[in-house]
Design a binder for this molecule. Structure first.
Ligand code: SF4
Ligand code: SF4
Length: 74
């Protein structure tokens, strides 16, 4: 079963806290995007590697991240 991480990217302030706590090192700031607040928003680059630990969602001070576990894969 897979996990899916969703970012409300327009709320992200690019603080990078979620990046520091991801044990799989799959979160990055997307330098190709600038959100409504003027920041490069966080994103997951390799969703298949996510273990659904939700460290990122717990750490985010702005509740940007939602983690779903055990989702059906396409
Ligand atoms: S749920 Fe865990 S493994 Fe997945 S992106 Fe967040 S911190 Fe990384
Ligand atoms: S912790 Fe939240 S606000 Fe900070 S970079 Fe990650 S998603 Fe954005």
């Amino acid at each position: 079963m897979a996990s899916r991480v969703t970012f409300s990217q327009d709320r992200c302030k690019g603080c990078g806290l979620c990046i520091t706590v991801c044990p799989k090192h799959i979160i990055f700031l997307d330098k190709t995007k600038t959100n409504k607040r003027g920041y490069h928003p966080a994103t997951v680059v390799e969703m298949a590697a996510c273990i659904g630990c939700a460290n990122c969602a717990r750490m985010c001070p702005d509740s940007v991240i939602m983690v779903e576990r055990n989702i059906e894969e396409d």
